[in-house]
Design a protein around this ligand. Sequence first.
Ligand code: GLN
Length: 542
Amino acid sequence: MTRFIFITGGVVSSLGKGLAAAALGALLQARGYRVRLRKLDPYLNVDPGTMSPLQHGEVYVTDDGAETDLDLGHYERFTGVASRRSDNVTTGRIYSTVIGRERRGDYLGATVQVIPHVTDTIKAFIAADLTEEDFLLCEIGGTVGDIESLPFLEAIRQMGNELGPTRSMFLHLTLLPYIPSAGELKTKPTQHSVKELLSVGIQPNLLLCRSDRPIPSSERRKIALFCNVREEAVIPALDVETIYRVPLSYHAEGLDVQVCRYFGLASDFEPDLSVWRNVTDRVLQPEGEVIVAVVGKYMKLRDSYKSLAEALTHGGIANSVRVRLEWIDAELFEREEAGRHLSHVHGILVPGGFGERGAEGKIKAIRFAREQRVPYFGICFGMQMAVIEAARHLAGLENAASSEFGPTAEPVVGLMTEWYKGEGVERRANDSDLGGTMRVGAYPCCLTPGSRVRAIYGIEHISERHRHRYEVNITYCESLQAAGVVFSGLSPDGVLPEIIELPHHPWFIGVQFHPELKSKPFEPHPLFVSFIRAALEQSRLV
Ligand code: GLN
């Protein structure tokens, strides 16, 4: 019997609802419960796949090939539960489902309306694909009061009614701003936000109040009184030095105990949170520091490389060092010498990316890493650019390029129009839609015996998540191998190069997939552990 916890946010956006949900998930797990986390996004895009990372942050990819909201990354990093396509839905998808049914005539002549047709579709989504979970934590994107999220709020209100209080709970995250001239934390925005929720029929059961300083008990009492909740149900969510402290901090404020009490579950024991203590200690008390340059394109919004930044931190946790990231816009190297900006760094990473802008700058950074023997990690686009760099400067193919940038004489990276997935063949046309047409999701890869990646992973067959349209062109394999590039990971049919490496370099690896998506603080991804170790060795040289 799954219990549903609905998580809404008020006052302002960016309060960290996703993190709050993820941290509560981790705490419930520590109490022995099985959890799943899910997110409802109010925008009209069918999925975030076609949105610029600068608009909405990174696109998080699941094993089953869904392009989802980055909060699902937090969920996975905190709980270790692999997200699925059924864990993220947008208004766009809900509406396209409803309209598809209407066109097929499924509604048998009825007038199709937001209530009940849209809300029923939302409710069916929330309750779908659950098996043994004790808790489903369902986050509603956006801020209470937005026009866009109304159908979602109405759907969860109905579900709360149908399930009753023993199986449903409403948790509302708000902000208590500090007003320096008054020297006070203000509760009014929280009161208004709860009023807004009440106006759509939802009485929150728990309030999680973000604040940059301790909340005096007088203010907690006031919030309880005005918002119609018990005083213990007003839980301070104070700013912390690292996101990995959030579960510990919420636990110290009694969040998990209050949730258990609400549902009548045993709460009189201390859950084992040593994993989180360990991770937090390592993040806050590193024994050294390495500098890694991330040479990319979407530098204005840190969230566009969320999982990557976290995975690098995890690599640091495993090596007991702090990883200082220098975010460099690749276009800089089209104007200035790479060496001017990279000679002090201990590792260079070119992450995933789309389009030609900045590509030549990335290639320059990669050339610098190869020639100066600085550890290099290329992810997806970063692998493709590394192959182009090697083709041009090691294999003598001056015109090597990617067909992503237009027709080219040497398509070292090209559009694959056909490949095998499981039993079947997947196909893409040159002019197919941009949405939902990439090689996306988990694919198997075989590692070459004796290669560096084979040693790093310690196993021969791996599965990693992809999200790209272009591939390194296997027909160039021989000339690249002759120039010293080792193809150390291939798809099982041997057609798709998944990993390349340079064996005579201290650490030079490019991967066609996104290993950052599977890294967790308590289970850092082996490639990131190894890359940061190489950067640490490099830091002892420079
Ligand atoms: N733009 C490249 C492609 O579509 C790489 C994509 C990526 O880095 N995720 O293949």
